[in-house]
Design a protein around this ligand. Structure first.
Ligand SMILES: Nc1ncnc2c1ncn2[C@@H]1O[C@H](COP(=O)(O)OP(=O)(O)O)[C@@H](O)[C@H]1O
Ligand SMILES: [Mg+2]
Length: 394
């Protein structure tokens, strides 16, 4: 049963659980529209805390911290999945408005439960199995062409928690690596492309964003090109599956669904996120309404905005390189900004690390190939080096 979404007018307060870059970009939009923002995060200098009105310093497993945030907020949301959903259930029972719901988060935050949900509603996913013993892993691997992707059921993000198994000799090491925590194995999909779609759902509207074509390295997103270069048939499958998924979730919010597209144009869902997504960052500059503004509209029960694109876009993540550790300095922002229609984002993280998401660059052009060239050039000219202080507050 879907809950009522009450109208929230500025300067009411929007509470965000999680203070990362998604919370930061959400806070920018909320503030632009005159709302106040409260953020729950353990870190005093988290990216979203730097740009919001109130900070509740606490853990994602602390009911009192959740209650404190709820008491100062008119509506609540979360910007990442790895928090205690039972505490969200308590907040809902205590009468606080939270979107998407605690139940939706429970379905999604466990990758095994998420795949069961997708299967139940008739959505194609790679073959998968819960793994309880090393011999179960061995037989899954053997029956799937000696390849598998092993994933932690909970807590994985940006490829953390995933293990690509393609050697018999690594099997035991892989199993033991997880040391008894809940894991599942997935068929390795030799996909042609990865694509994703952002969907906004309010009580009265469902809005699909243009489809993004994504490239990952070591399971972490490197770049997105929008619109994706896919056939009409694939586009239709993605849109139909995405609509069916958000309808079945029967909830309000921003959702992103990631897909694998096979060489024979078969489309499988990889995963769902119940929040704005890295592959939707392009919408900030490239769409009439960004995914972040759209979420504020949903949370406040306002009319939704158009997701139409102003121009094709290429988004490249700024990731920490292998030697980067601790505080850092940057060089090259002027070269990035010198590229026409190139937009620069740095998240204000105090410390860097290998493959840590520190910012992103979005380039626009009437031609997607040119947008890609521009973004590639811009990101190449931007440098992050260990050392110095970029933020005195750490
Ligand atoms: N079954 C699979 N087959 C092939 N590649 C996969 C599979 N599962 C994940 N990957 C690769 O790893 C990336 C990250 O995996 P994902 O399950 O989406 O984890 P995360 O929660 O870290 O985003 C995917 O985008 C894809 O590139
Ligand atoms: Mg993913």
């Amino acid at each position: 049963m879907i809950r009522e979404c009450k109208k929230v007018y500025p300067p009411a307060t929007i509470g965000i659980i999680g203070g990362g870059q998604l919370g930061r970009m959400l806070s920018f939009e909320a503030k632009r529209m005159g709302y106040r923002v409260a953020v729950l995060d353990p870190n005093m200098d988290a990216p979203a805390v730097q740009v919001s009105d109130y900070h509740v310093q606490g853990s994602y497993h602390d009911l009192e911290a959740f209650r404190k945030l709820a008491s100062m907020s008119d509506v609540l949301t979360y910007e990442f999945e790895h928090l205690n959903a039972d505490l969200l259930l308590i907040l809902e029972k205590e009468g606080h408005a939270l979107f998407p719901s605690a139940n939706t988060l429970k379905t999604i935050q466990n990758k095994f439960e998420q795949k069961n949900f997708l299967t139940k509603i008739g959505i194609a996913v790679p073959d998968y199995k819960m793994i309880r013993t090393c011999s179960e892993l061995e037989s899954f691997y053997a029956t799937h062409n000696n390849r598998a992707v092993v994933k932690t059921c909970t807590g994985g993000y940006d490829g953390k928690g995933n293990y690509i198994l393609d050697e018999q000799s690594a099997l035991r090491e892989c199993y033991e690596y997880y040391n008894g925590i809940d894991i599942m194995a997935e068929e390795y999909v030799d996909f042609e492309k990865e694509v994703s779609i952002v969907v906004a759902k309010s009580a009265s509207e469902t809005i699909l964003y243009p489809i993004s074509e994504n490239t990952h390295k070591k399971s972490i997103l490197i770049k997105s090109l929008i619109p994706a270069d896919i056939s009409e048939a694939v586009r239709d499958s993605v849109c139909t599956m995405a609509t069916r998924i958000v309808d079945a979730l029967n909830d309000y919010g921003i959702f992103c669904i990631e897909f694998f597209v096979n060489r024979d144009s078969g489309v499988f869902v990889n995963e769902i996120a119940p929040r704005p997504h890295n592959t939707g960052h392009y919408s900030i500059e490239a769409c009439i309404t960004s995914q972040f503004e759209q979420l504020i509209r949903v949370l406040c029960a306002m009319p939704l905005g158009s997701s139409e694109m102003r121009m094709p876009a290429a988004m490249y993540n700024i990731l920490g390189h292998e030697e980067l550790e601790g505080e850092y300095v940057t060089r090259g922002i002027e070269e990035v900004l010198a590229v026409r229609d190139c937009h620069f984002h740095l998240y204000g993280k105090g410390v860097g690390g290998y493959l840590k998401k520190l910012g992103h660059i979005t380039a626009l052009d009437s031609d997607i190939r040119h947008a890609n060239e521009k973004a590639k050039k811009a990101v190449k000219n931007f440098e992050i080096k260990s050392g110095g202080l970029i933020n005195a507050k750490t």
